[in-house]
Write a protein that binds this ligand. Structure first.
Ligand SMILES: Nc1ncnc2c1ncn2[C@@H]1O[C@H](COP(=O)(O)OP(=O)(O)O)[C@@H](O)[C@H]1O
Ligand SMILES: [Mg+2]
Length: 356
């Protein structure tokens, strides 16, 4: 698949540091890539350079096989053929919905047909003559999406487009937006700082930190094979046990873990998510038998249990007296403090990283 959008070695120096620091990225037609990272990591700057409203210090931007920005070239934004959508998507208040959508199009029959097509796509047939103030926030957002898509951009750049919306509406609007983008076959680069949004929308997540891409992978892979401890922690609470490499292994209350490729004596973090901890009751001082998939169980004592809505959070102090582990359990499960239980962790959901 050829990339609709490709960036190579993109860097931008601002305020005395590299805000964007050597980024490579590509997005194919019909694909949604989410640029995900904490506030201030350089996401918007990257998007602005791709759009052409900011200039890189080095690197190259290629759209539809054509270089639009490098050391020699700087194509103006209006010639780049990208659709833009930002958090503040202000519609023209004095124009009808149809006129807003058709704003960037020539005045002809083909444009009218395109507006009608888009009104159908965003499920607002019959709204064409209304004005923006007569629409809900979610409806306005869909009109803004239609307006951006009207000239059939090959690439859509979206910067936190849902963050201004009511929480209850957001998932619905995300899904509606995604289906319109897929129908149009647009290549989408969507910036967000919310992991849930990226997991929901993305074919591929590009995880960004301090101006760099830390990891690029499909949501399932980035969640289940994070590049480092911080990447794991970005998507959920995590548990961390510490250990030291001894004979390519590290010892924990849950038995030994492989620490491949790490030198003897290295301090390591064994990282796993609370939802990958299984709990069993103590039976006369004994726990479940070790299994290949869940390794050796370890005993702990409930310190606190809290009901969180769709799940419960149970915090343990392990028998070694120092390790603490949190487990999430579906539904209501609130054992009393002091209850002794056995914990098992899914071995294929544990990650061993050098201590950071
Ligand atoms: N014109 C500028 N001058 C100096 N620093 C800037 C400028 N623009 C952005 N920055 C800094 O660059 C960093 C990245 O900004 P931005 O790309 O907006 O991050 P994000 O969108 O990931 O929140 C921030 O620390 C911001 O303060
Ligand atoms: Mg931003």
């Amino acid at each position: 698949m050829t990339a609709r959008l490709q960036i190579d070695g993109l860097s931008r120096h601002l305020g005395g540091r590299n805000v964007v620091d050597g980024i490579d990225l590509s997005v194919a037609a019909g694909q949604v890539t989410c640029l995900l990272g904490p506030s201030g990591c350089g996401k918007s700057t990257t998007l602005r350079i791709i759009a052409g409203v900011d200039r890189q210090d080095s690197g190259r931007v290629t759209l539809n096989g054509r270089v639009v920005a490098d050391d020699q070239i700087h194509m103006p934004p209006e010639h780049r053929g990208v659709g833009l959508m930002f958090q503040d998507f202000a519609l023209f208040p004095h124009l009808s919905v149809a006129a807003n959508i058709g704003f960037g199009l020539p005045r002809d029959a083909a444009s009218d047909a395109r507006v009608t097509e888009l009104l159908t796509r965003i499920d607002l047939v019959g709204y064409g003559a209304k004005h923006p103030h007569e629409l809900s926030g979610g409806e306005q957002q869909r009109v803004a999406l239609a307006r951006a898509l009207a000239p059939r951009p090959k690439v859509m750049l979206m910067d936190e487009p849902f963050s201004g919306l009511d929480n209850r509406l957001r998932d619905e609007i995300r899904d509606a937006t995604l289906s319109v983008l897929k129908e149009e076959g647009t290549a989408v680069l969507l910036v967000t700082h919310e992991p849930d949004e990226a997991m929901r929308m993305a074919d591929e997540i590009a995880l960004m930190r301090d101006g760099r891409i830390v990891q690029r992978a499909a949501p399932y892979n980035i969640y289940n094979a994070p590049a480092d401890r911080a990447a794991a922690a970005f998507f959920s609470d995590i548990n961390t046990l510490t250990g030291r490499v001894n004979g390519a292994l590290t010892q924990t209350p849950f038995g030994q873990f492989l620490a491949p490729g790490l030198p003897e004596g290295t301090e390591v973090d064994i990282v796993f998510r609370p939802q990958h901890v299984r709990l069993d009751f103590d039976r006369g001082g004994r726990g479940p038998n070790p299994t290949a998939s869940e390794g050796t169980p370890a005993r702990g004592t409930v310190e606190r249990a809290r009901f969180m809505g769709k799940e419960s959070l149970v915090e343990f102090v392990m028998d070694d007296g120092t390790s603490r582990v949190t487990a999430t359990v579906p539904a209501v499960f609130l054992p009393k403090a002091g209850t002794v239980m056995w914990l098992s962790i899914r071995r294929d959901r544990c990650f061993v990283f050098p201590h950071d």
